[in-house]
Design a protein around this ligand. Structure first.
Ligand code: NCD
Length: 348
């Protein structure tokens, strides 16, 4: 594969991703999707490189998917497990990262319950002047770039399986529903989906979608839903980010092309933000019946893990006509191969 233009050492946030970068990830992931459909699903691209998974917080799909992606690229992978590590003896996170650096790590994939930890490790690597790339695999309530990129890839391959690209989402309506307050997945998806020209509608109860949330995404232009135009120095493209907030479900999902529902993150809820799960399901749960309001070809996404019967009904979750949940997991491997490949390509 010809090495596409890629200048980013770390992938920590999607806030400043350019359309060209999104398209580079989508195209590269599509090539790896083809590799993964072959009988021999492995390429020698990152042979000799070391990828370290530094997960300070539980994970099933993200950690395994990065591990498989690294293996499919023939990299050596180290998996750090906090419970059995020297963290329990008081070693700091930066010293842990430097230990893996001393073993020859080329890329670190970092997840932590506090926002900013991957950034701190990346800054330390830059300060040490070592060419180690850091990938944010979820930091607190901040961002989860690889999840948003795999969501983007999943959506784009539905629209054009041969040539998934950002522009396919122009003027599509996408609803993101649920616990937006605690969701790093929503924050990263807001950056990517609004960069595509899609109209993004957030829906949730006021406790999980406070007005304060608008401040996080910059100064909105009240009423219009447009919160500013951005232009990209590299591509010269100017676009408006179109984002709408709703405290009821119907206006968000009416005529929607895609509905992304989010897990209620009970572990991050410090106060009683909901009356009951049953009431939440009645107001914001995605069911087959509710999908009748959407575009007939609507598809439903969920990053997982799912609280069955809470944010989405159990039958809908398993219905391949609507649910993209398994496809998201499958796409995750190709997208993470693309990210590791692009970040590691300068060293290969
Ligand atoms: C998400 C996460 O950990 O942020 N899951 C994931 O990575 N697939 C969402 C969640 O935990 O609800």
């Amino acid at each position: 594969m010809a090495t596409p233009i890629w200048t980013r050492r770390h992938v920590l946030s999607l806030a400043d991703f350019t359309p060209l970068e999104y398209d580079t990830v989508l195209q590269t992931a599509n090539s790896f999707r083809e590799v993964l459909s072959r009988r021999t699903k492995k390429v020698p691209t990152l042979q000799g490189q070391v990828v370290t998974n530094l997960f300070f917080e539980p994970s099933t799909r993200t950690r395994s998917s990065f591990e498989l992606a690294a293996k499919r690229l023939s990299a050596d992978i180290l998996n750090f497990a906090p419970g059995t590590s020297s963290l329990t003896k008081g070693e700091t996170i930066l010293d842990t990262a430097k230990t893996y650096l001393a073993m020859g790590t080329d890329m670190m994939v970092v997840r932590h319950k506090e926002a900013g930890v991957p950034h701190a490790i990346a800054r330390e690597m830059d300060r040490l002047n070592v060419k180690v790339g850091v990938l944010n695999a979820g930091d607190g309530q901040h961002e989860h770039p690889s999840q948003a990129l795999l969501d983007l890839f999943t959506i784009c391959t539905i629209l054009d399986p041969d040539q998934p690209r950002l522009s396919l989402l122009q003027n599509k309506k996408i609803a993101i529903v649920g616990d937006i307050l605690h969701s790093r997945v929503a924050r990263s998806n807001i950056w990517s989906l609004t960069a595509s020209g899609a109209e993004v509608h957030l829906a949730g109860p006021p406790t999980l979608l406070p007005r304060l949330f608008e401040a996080f995404i910059k100064e909105p232009d009240p009423g219009s839903g447009v919160w500013g135009t951005a232009s990209h120095p590299t591509s010269g493209t100017t676009f408006s980010r179109r984002l709408f907030l709703h405290w009821s479900l119907e206006p968000a999902i009416r005529d929607a092309d895609f509905v992304m529902t989010l897990r209620l993150q009970k572990e991050r809820m410090t106060s009683h933000l909901l009356p009951s799960l049953r009431e939440y399901h009645q107001m914001f749960g995605i069911t087959r019946d509710r999908l009748k309001l959407c575009n007939p070809a609507v598809k439903v996404l969920h990053p997982g893990p799912v609280n069955r019967g809470v944010e989405i009904s159990s039958d809908l979750m398993d219905d391949p006509q609507f649910s993209l949940i398994s496809q998201q997991v499958t796409s995750g491997v190709a997208v993470r191969m693309a990210l590791l490949y692009l970040m590691g390509s300068g060293k290969a």
